[in-house]
Design a protein. Structure first.
Length: 222
């Protein structure tokens, strides 16, 4: 089992999506993250364990990118391999709760195209009984405002992965709060901290999807 999760992490790091994929050349003809995740789940490996292996693989490729050992195309292949895993894991995050606890409008802020973490948060929040309206990536403040108008009483979740786009997160919060002062906004993403979230005027900071659910549940009870 450990061998399977190790190989899944390796597929993320090296961008090996599935057996037919010709990339990377040295892994041609081998199973990719798609097949290995199916095998791991069938063998009883827990989705959390698989996710951890993926995050470790992502961390390794991210570190290599920082050292200029790999470039954007390699990151894109890693993201593709991770999306193949997420497609298998999605059903495990869905609990079938009948009545939604509330609505969450979520998106990655303007200028930022990273969506793996945001998608994961959306999946886990949905699985915990919330209706999720996912606005996607590079979401301008106006689009958040429209969605809030259309979904009265919703909470908003903002994700950012770049230190540069954290500024856009702050601007988005300001615009939301000026037009909808009672709308609760939670934020997350690798460069965020509680301090940064407080400075931006967010109502909560979640370093991971589980904390995002806990924050939303607190909001729903207010
Ligand atoms: Co880029 N990238 N990237 N990238 N990328 C990072 C973020 C970087 C740290 C890599 C590095 O240098 N080591 C670096 C940012 C540096 C910085 O700002 N300090 C970086 C850079 C520089 C860039 C470009 C500028 C590169 C370039 O073009 N020269 C460019 C920017 C494009 C843009 O957005 N405008 C770019 C592009 C890309 C790709 C498109 C190729 C691809 C993204 C594909 C996609 O998302 N569909 C990509 C990738 C894959 C990464 C890394 C390797 C992995 C990110 C990821 O998916 N992690 C990343 C390095 C790294 O993180 N190690 C890197 C896994 C994911 C599950 O974690 O997103 O952190 P994460 O989400 C977590 C938590 O943060 C939290 O929960 C999630 C699950 O635990 N969370 C929330 C996230 N959102 C939340 C919201 C919440 C609550 C919790 O509430 C609402």
């Amino acid at each position: 089992m450990e061998e399977l999760t190790r190989r899944i992490g390796e597929c993320i790091e090296r961008g090996k999506v599935n057996r037919p994929s010709p990339y990377p050349k040295e892994m041609q003809g081998q199973d990719g993250s798609d097949e290995l995740t199916r095998q791991a789940l069938d063998a009883g490996v827990g989705p959390e364990e698989i996710l951890q292996a993926c995050n470790d693989g992502m961390k390794r490729i991210g570190d290599r990118f920082s050292r200029n050992e790999v470039f954007v195309p390699e990151l894109l292949m890693a993201a593709k391999a991770m999306n193949a895993v997420m497609a298998h894991l999605k059903p495990y995050f869905q609990t079938g709760t009948v009545k939604a606890k509330g609505k969450l409008v979520i998106g990655t802020v303007a200028g930022d195209l990273h969506d793996i973490g945001k998608n994961l948060v959306a999946m886990v929040v949905e699985g915990n009984g919330w209706e999720v309206i996912d606005l996607g990536v590079d979401v301008k403040p106006a689009k958040f405002l429209d969605a809030i108008k259309q979904n009265a009483g919703c909470a908003v979740g903002l994700s950012a992965l770049l230190t540069t786009t954290m500024a856009n997160m702050g601007k988005t919060i300001q615009e939301i709060k000026s037009q909808f002062p009672t709308t609760r906004v939670i934020v997350g993403g690798a460069p965020l901290t509680q301090k940064a979230a407080d400075q931006m005027g967010a109502d909560g900071y979640a370093p991971n999807p589980q904390r995002a659910v806990a924050l939303l549940n607190e909001i729903a009870q207010r």
